[in-house]
Design a protein around this ligand. Structure first.
Ligand SMILES: Nc1nc2c(ncn2[C@@H]2O[C@H](COP(=O)(O)OP(=O)(O)OP(=O)(O)O)[C@@H](O)[C@H]2O)c(=O)[nH]1
Ligand SMILES: [Mg+2]
Length: 389
């Protein structure tokens, strides 16, 4: 069975089901309400959801107390999480789906046969979706080749192959690891880099919230001492999310990192999330600053576990250029692609992997805390192409 059908079978039921518990019910409903307020402007909507799920919460809490059902409960809970996650992908990718994917669907209807014109139009649609010229060229070559080999003449047969080939380009025979690797012997250090306004600070808050939910003790470190107010902004987030914080305005970023990690070691934090400045007059200064920060980290805990580059998806090819520039100056281990909900060109996920060679680890699909998701190529493809499935 091709990938197209595999993904279709995996998720189709999820979105068609009518009653899905939107908010993961927990025992601490009130806390959830507070969280919603902190993360989103549409508090009312969230609160209504929470109210509606109160009964469910009690029911499930009771179930949880029965040890025999625990395994079952966890399975169900996991499934609900998955459903919720698929829905977030679907919702966050609406613009892209209505943009380039609907164009793809129209193309299939427009041509009765696969012709040169069909290929040309397809190529244009993919380039317009920010997939990146080189990726598109490689993709078109593979597609033309397959059409020839398999003697395909009907465009509707091609839609499945298009999805398959896009997936192949992304995966490219590699084992993709999206998870942050946590260490056992001390705090895991995650450095966030990226130009101004891409969503670094918000991403830290969202990831901190996720990790906290998983039971980790999280410290946010405000090392963006370049922009006035940046340290304070992160501190506010730490209060809202309920994590530890260390930061100092008007100090040397590397010394803030030093003190922050020392504190993390002393107080047994599991994870340290470090916010950095996106702009330091020029590239050389930025490189020197990051080098200095890395030296400090290495001196205290051997190495920085992850350096996540945050890119704003709405900036398109400009974001790709940023990724290339950052890759030259520091060792990027993963990309967080924010604001995917704000673009009709969701193809940028594929372009980044291809042109920068670094996996996308998280994607931002909106402004609430749940809208930051671990990147999952299958959910992503489903979110994009579900109307064609
Ligand atoms: N729609 C949407 N908005 C987002 C997303 N992620 C971040 N934002 C918004 O982007 C804006 C900038 O976010 P910040 O986290 O302050 O960005 P930053 O990179 O820390 O900015 P500087 O500190 O100025 O360099 C905020 O208004 C966020 O709410 C997302 O996934 N979707
Ligand atoms: Mg910031």
């Amino acid at each position: 069975m091709g990938l197209f059908n595999k993904i279709k079978n995996m998720f189709k039921g999820y979105s068609e089901e009518e009653t899905i518990v939107e908010e993961q019910p927990t025992e601490t409903v009130e806390e959830e309400e507070n969280d919603s307020e902190q993360f989103t402007d549409v508090v009312d909507e969230k609160e209504i959801d929470n109210e509606q799920s109160t009964e469910v919460v009690e029911e499930i809490s009771l179930k949880e107390k029965k040890p025999k059902k625990k395994g079952l409960f966890h399975k169900k809970e996991k499934q609900e999480e998955e459903k919720k996650s698929v829905k977030i992908y679907e919702k966050g990718l609406t613009k892209s789906r209505e943009g380039f994917v609907s164009k793809l669907a129209n193309l299939t209807n427009k041509y009765a046969k696969v012709t040169d014109e069909y290929f040309e139009e397809l190529e244009e649609i993919l380039i317009m979706a920010d997939i990146g010229v080189n990726t598109v060229m490689e993709f078109m070559d593979r597609l033309r080749d397959r059409v020839r080999r398999e003697n395909i003449t009907d465009p509707s047969e091609l839609k499945e192959i298009i999805v398959d080939e896009l997936f192949i380009i992304y995966v490219n025979d590699e084992v993709l690891s999206n998870k942050i690797q946590f260490r056992e012997d001390g705090p895991t250090i995650v450095l966030f880099v990226g130009v101004n306004g891409v969503g670094k600070t918000t991403t830290i808050a969202k990831i901190a919230n996720k990790l906290k939910d998983e039971g980790k003790k999280v410290l946010m470190v405000g090392a963006d001492t370049f922009r006035a107010g940046a340290v304070e902004q992160l501190k506010e987030w730490s209060n809202k999310v309920g994590t530890g914080f260390y930061g100092k305005e008007e100090s040397d970023p590397a010394s803030v990192v030093y003190d922050g990690i020392e504190l993390a070691k002393k107080e047994d934090y599991d994870v340290v999330l470090i916010d950095t400045a996106g702009r330091l007059q020029n590239k050389v200064n930025l490189m020197k600053e990051l080098e200095k920060i890395n030296k400090v980290i290495e001196s205290l805990v051997n190495k920085c576990d992850e350096t996540l580059l945050v890119i704003d998806a709405t900036t398109g090819q400009n974001g790709i250029s940023q990724a290339k520039a950052f890759k030259e100056i520091t060792n990027i281990t993963g990309i967080v692609l924010t604001k995917l909900d704000g673009t009709a060109k969701g193809g940028i996920v594929l372009a980044i992997k291809e042109s920068v060679g670094v996996p996308v680890k998280y994607i931002g699909l909106g402004e609430t805390k749940d809208d930051l998701q671990v990147f999952d190529i299958e959910k992503y493809i489903y979110g994009l192409f579900k109307d064609m499935m």
